[in-house]
Design a protein. Sequence first.
Length: 213
Amino acid sequence: MPRTKYTKPPGPLPAIEQVQRSEFRFRNSQWDKLRKLLPSKLQELPVPSDYIVAAANESHAPTRTLKTIADAVIHETEGAIRSHLTVRSLSSEHRMPTPANVRAAIRRLRKALEPFAREWVDTVTADLIPANLDDLLAVREQELMGLKAPSKLAMLCRLVGNVVKERISAYDETISEQDTARYVDAALACGGVKHPDFAKHRDRLASLIFPKD
């Protein structure tokens, strides 16, 4: 049987205030390990005072004093992993929207609207539904046909890689893709996030951090 026949539409999601957010934090030893993987210049440059104030006002304020730009990079990495773990937990409990299950929802809706679209009901009732709604839904279904749900791991890898890149470039520093991948590998390992191991699958990890768009 076609797999799409059994795909269920997205399900209801909890209210934002009911979402169980991950409390992930790097341990002190992990923080120190990650700091050493960043360029020495970032380990020496002080964090701007306005950044410290903004970080202190976050919902997950830093548990340690942010002294250097390297600390800022690690703090933002920590937040990215925490968000990833939260979304991963939410996805395991609820049917999050994906191209496949949104198409399933569209197919169900188009089937339910068939009596209206084909004017099998009386004219007054049929006119309650916009005349071109079925056409619009058909177009949207086709648009979703070739799409796949974005990989959560790829999004996390790219986000952490961009954090490193942006912070480094802002201070006229450089870091190789290999050293960036080594940092991402260590950070994800500390966060318990399964990913291609740098030592064994360097190219696979690099493809997640630096996608060829």
